[in-house]
Design a protein around this ligand. Structure first.
Ligand SMILES: [Zn+2]
Length: 265
């Protein structure tokens, strides 16, 4: 089936699998995934998707409708606002969405009159996947204190997430695992690799879409093979990330995925 000029290309994410022997398409609730063997060219993947268009559209049409959004959480068992006052700017941080690891966590504010100018944070066992911040005035939480708490939480998430992620990816690509993985809040780079075999990653990568996070990880892993940005490095990168060129262009604008409060001082 030929793609007509009128039909928009089907968006999909590409996954390179060392084990795959042929291309295949997987329909997920959140979109289309194309699994390709290593060394598949992006053009071949594009052609494969275009030629499978009818099938993909039939499968997408069969998906169950998206689940309705959860009802607003009244949070009835904790004291909320003691008095209603209009929110001041800067506005509160009401959620932390780490799309790179598929986790979005609402942030709730609870009054604790003693904590003037300060804040403490818990992840209540009774409410998994919620961050609760105690502060004197939930309508106007102390931004600096809140930001410090959330930033440290993001760092912890990154520390818990990246070792397994990088090791699994290295195994998948058949590249030696790094000797050490360091997580920081680098201002100018998403990731880097030292000659000693240490990969440093910015915790802010967790805010990026998974395909860009993977692109950065593949880039740093490819430095295990070539410690430069020469043509052989780019060949390896393109083998493991067939859309590497497109992804590196996207990455240049990816700072927009990172909430500004992470960078505030
Ligand atoms: Zn590099």
């Amino acid at each position: 089936m030929r793609e007509t000029a009128a039909s928009a290309p089907i968006p999909y994410r590409l996954r390179v699998s060392a084990r795959a022997t042929r291309m295949r398409i997987v329909i997920h609730r959140d979109g289309v995934e194309v699994v390709v063997p290593a060394r598949t060219s992006p053009a071949a993947a594009e052609r494969f998707v275009a030629s499978s268009r009818d099938w993909i559209e039939r499968m997408l049409a069969k998906l169950p409708p998206p689940e309705p959004p959860e009802a607003p959480d009244p949070f009835a068992d904790l004291p909320l606002f003691a008095h209603a006052s209009p929110p001041r700017t800067p506005v509160r941080i009401d959620a932390v969405a780490l799309q790179g690891m598929g986790r979005a966590v609402p942030v709730k504010y609870v009054q604790a009159p003693m904590l003037r100018g300060q804040a403490t944070m818990i992840e209540p066992a009774s409410r998994p996947n919620t961050l609760v911040i105690y502060c004197a005035d939930p309508a106007a939480p102390p931004r600096r204190a809140v930001r410090t708490l959330l930033r440290e939480w993001v760092r912890e998430q990154a520390k818990a997430f990246f070792p397994d992620y990088i090791h699994a990816l290295a195994d998948e690509l058949g590249i030696r695992r790094p000797r050490e993985i360091r997580i920081g809040f680098q201002r100018t780079v998403w990731g880097s690799r030292s000659v000693s075999g240490r990969i440093s990653l910015s915790a802010t990568l967790l805010f990026l879409p998974p395909h860009l996070l993977r692109h950065v990880a593949v880039h740093e892993l490819c430095h295990t093979l070539h410690m430069n940005h020469g043509s052989r490095f780019h060949e390896a990168l393109a083998r493991h990330d067939p859309l590497a060129e497109r992804h590196s262009i996207e990455l240049k604008k990816a700072e927009s995925f990172v909430p500004s409060w992470i960078r505030e001082t």
